[in-house]
Design a protein around this ligand. Sequence first.
Ligand code: THU
Length: 126
Amino acid sequence: MTDKELFQAAVEAASNSYSKYSSFRVGAALLCDDGRVFTGCNIENASYSLTNCAERTAVFKAVSDGCNSFTAIAVAGSADGDYSAPCIPCGACLQVLSEFCGDGFSIILADGSYTLYDFLPRRFTL
Ligand code: THU
């Protein structure tokens, strides 16, 4: 699976976004070490703080299906259907990813490929 294919899977996942409050659609596609891909979208709630981001939806789907070893995640976000601007994962999603992924984990955005370390050089641990 190429970076471009994984990013396209994230764009397609955004079509399921439940974002009636922000109108900002986000999709994520998480590549597991065994080759499986889990997708996720943002799921908003009338009680705003209960919103779940696309990245965490993908991680939770994967882990609950028995996969917790990951190679890369692609993230696509847009308010108008144009996914060409980078949608950088929020801090909460970075912390959740850091539970399972090392510094070299790839984060693929509209403008290129980054590592988890690029966005979260230090992480909370117990
Ligand atoms: N959102 C994500 O899905 N991922 C992020 O990393 C940041 C923000 C969603 C949450 C909310 O539904 C919308 O984007 C606007 O904040």
